[in-house]
Design a protein around this ligand. Structure first.
Ligand code: BGC
Length: 693
């Protein structure tokens, strides 16, 4: 690679640090062209010096673009193809927020594995996933791409996703390199408005909001994408502290760093860089390797390196990183790696992949309400089906570019084909399939009103006159406030957007072929004014119940409680948490103690339960959250089965960052909680000895 580098001109080197859409190489591929991409202003020669491509539609397109490029590139350096493969390629899996509710590490890993295998048949090499942005913001449309509000769950699932994509080597056909995003803290956009300001302390960032990214880094993710937002007043794209100190030095990330779409030039609109030249200089100096869909490096930095104002070694180092990455991907040996129509047609949407998509969809459905055990229905029970999603094929959710709705069934068709539908007069139950449409969440889909849709509510109220039980199926890419509708329903299934097999999974869950097991990965507020509301909040000096009468932390027009807590989700089984015990009630130094919970399935229905372990550290150097998830187990119970489930407890779970950013652990009491959701737990106290002074 070093020899190759020697033969390259400065302009050619800079080209490797630029990513543009496929349209520029083959003019017919216009689809990807929008916004600032139109005004890139690169000459034909420069186009054939660029290093990577954003988005590609098929194996044929990839082969054509790569071939054309190689014919025109002096050094025959292959392009690397990157794309947003977020929850599946053509077989679409549940949105990440839904998958998080499965609390199933293996399942999430396998989703990434299948996505990689499918996408690689179109010659894609890198995916812009996972999204490690932790979010407590249901107004933010991109919460659907996140694994929810919890740091631990985010760490684990980001880790699994990267392992799934990258497999044992990114050189292998069928694996993708993972570019986690958006570094950093993009999930905290103020007021839930996309791209808005983010402001948080570094200790809070490291303790909570960085955990998703850390999971991806620890799993060996090869790339990172910076976020659109500012961090401490400086856009992430050109934030030297964030990139050099936190990402590289503190977190040990050694991979490539790419901007988000036109992020370099947006440092101008952020009010820091005065023009393209400054934007390029600021971003380059901060450590940004590749710019996405802008060409300021190529156009503005050439002179800087030629004149020696910027040391050429700095450029060589960056370009070498890119070339080595291409080598690691095996592209110098085979620039068309993976791209094949034959393989595409064998692998994509295969019956095995679809079967797994159904499993993933089933494991992502959350049962929120089930009065009088209305669900599951028996085969004899007939449905009257209503609501705007009853006949909808697009239940894929946002960020599923290659997933065609033509692959999807509607719930109406499935129920109808099984002779399960009838008139409202004759039916046993009314099923109302409402909620959001697929395009109501995703990027730039922020909302101020996330109450359950009013016209749907009125239709449900109207249906009450038939005096039949009402089951609401709620699709959404975010927590919806269900306070207005829950009093009119008997049962609620939260079905998010479940992908290609959405309708099948909903049918199977209605009729008990699937016993719902997912839990909420994010809090569902009771009122909009409670936002941000999350389970792992700090205690406050005046919690409710303290001695100040009404001068406590509460609302005069609402309770503090959410409608549904983090970790909540019912089942057709009935799990009872009987007792909690510990092998020793003092932990010294590096010792490990075993916490054991006794759980019984008090029902005649087998199913999964997700046992959740939380901790609370009541006295520390800084105020600590009232509960923090530290571990979980997804356990299968046969009917009426009782099981002992064990958790290993050690000091790693008690560590935290203090105000001076020291990662520490204290002597003293810790309260351990185990239960079926964050607000329904058994408790056990222990003492830790051997902490930092
Ligand atoms: C999004 C990224 C995405 C990129 C490329 C941006 O608008 O913020 O998440 O990876 O586009 O499609």
């Amino acid at each position: 690679m070093k020899n190759l580098l020697k033969e390259m001109t400065i302009e050619e080197k800079l080209g490797q640090l630029i990513q543009i859409p496929p349209f520029f190489y083959i003019k017919d591929l216009k689809d990807e062209l929008y916004g600032p991409a139109v005004e890139l202003g690169l000459s034909k020669e420069q186009i054939f010096m660029t290093g990577s491509v954003l988005g590609i539609g098929s194996p044929e397109e990839m082969i054509e673009v790569q071939k054309t490029y190689l014919e025109n590139n002096r050094h025959k350096i292959p392009l690397v193809f990157m794309a947003d493969i977020i929850h599946g390629y053509e077989t679409i899996f549940p949105i990440p927020l839904a998958l998080a509710g499965s609390f199933n590490k293996d399942l999430v890993k396998k989703v990434a594995e299948i996505s990689a295998k499918e996408a690689q048949t179109s010659g894609i090499h890198v995916t812009y996933s996972p999204m490690g942005d932790i979010s407590r913001e249901p107004r933010w449309g991109r919460i659907m791409e996140s694994f929810g509000e919890d740091p631990h769950l985010n760490y684990i699932l980001n880790y699994q996703m990267v392992k799934g994509y990258q497999g044992s080597s990114i050189k292998d056909e069928g694996s993708l390199a993972a570019s986690f995003k958006h570094f950093a803290a993009y999930g905290l956009s103020e007021a839930g408005r996309d791209y808005n300001t983010v402001d948080l302390s570094e200790y809070s960032f490291k303790q909570y909001f960085a955990q998703g990214y850390l999971g991806a880094i620890d799993a060996g993710a090869k790339m990172a994408m910076t976020s659109f937002n500012t961090f401490e007043g400086i856009p992430a794209t050109m934030n030297e502290k964030l990139i050099q100190k936190i990402l590289k030095k503190d977190f040990g990330f050694e991979g490539l760093i790419i901007s988000d779409y036109n992020g370099v030039r947006e440092t101008i609109t952020h009010g820091i860089s005065e023009n393209d030249k400054e934007a390029a200089l600021n971003s380059f100096k901060a450590g940004l390797d590749i710019e996405m869909v802008s060409a300021t490096y190529m156009k503005e930095l050439k002179e800087e390196f030629e004149s020696g104002r910027l040391p050429i070694e700095l450029l060589d180092e960056r370009v070498l990183k890119v070339l080595k990455f291409k080598e690691e991907l095996g592209l110098f040996d085979n620039p068309y790696k993976g791209a094949s129509r034959i393989k595409h047609d064998q692998i994509v949407l295969s019956s095995k992949n679809l079967e797994f998509a159904l499993k993933a969809a089933n494991e992502s459905i959350v049962l929120l309400q089930n009065n009088n055990n209305i669900l599951p229905l028996s085969k004899e029970q007939k449905i009257f089906l209503a609501g705007p999603n009853a006949n909808e094929t697009d239940l894929n959710g946002a960020w599923s570019w290659h997933g065609s709705r033509t692959n999807n069934e509607t719930l109406y068709n499935i129920l109808n084909n099984n002779d399960l539908l009838t008139s409202v007069e004759k039916c046993d139950v009314i099923v109302y399939f409402g909620g959001e449409k697929s395009n109501e969440s995703g990027e730039a889909k922020s909302k101020t009103n996330i109450n359950f849709n009013e016209s749907q509510l009125n239709e449900i109220i109207e249906l009450k006159k038939y005096n039949k039980p009402i089951i609401l199926i709620n699709s959404s890419g975010r927590p919806i406030i269900l306070t207005n509708v829950i009093k009119h329903t008997d049962s609620i299934l939260q079905t998010w957007f479940l992908g290609t097999k959405s309708a099948e999974a909903i049918y199977q869950t209605l009729y008990g072929i699937n016993n719902p097991s997912a839990k909420l990965p994010v809090t569902f507020p009771q009122k909009i004014g409670q936002i941000p509301i999350y389970y792992n909040h700090l205690p406050t000096g005046r919690p409710k119940g303290s001695l100040y009468n009404e001068y406590v932390s509460y609302y005069i027009d609402s309770s503090n409680e959410p409608l549904f807590n983090f970790g909540f989700g019912l089942s057709y089984s009935n799990f009872k948490y009987l007792s909690l015990s510990i092998s020793k009630d003092i932990i010294k130094g590096d010792e490990e103690v075993i916490l054991t919970v006794n759980v019984k399935n008090e029902s005649n229905r087998a199913g999964y339960e997700i046992d959740q372990l939380y901790i609370y550290d009541p006295f520390a150097k800084i105020s600590r959250p009232v509960k923090e998830l530290k571990d979980f187990r997804k356990v299968w119970f046969e009917e009426n089965e009782e099981k002992k489930i064990s958790f290993k407890i050690n000091k790693e779970m008690f560590k935290y960052y203090d105000q001076n950013l020291n990662y520490r652990v204290d002597d003293g009491q810790i309260i351990l909680y185990v239960g079926t959701s964050s607000n329904k737990t058994l408790e056990q106290k222990i003492i830790f000895v051997g902490g930092d002074k």
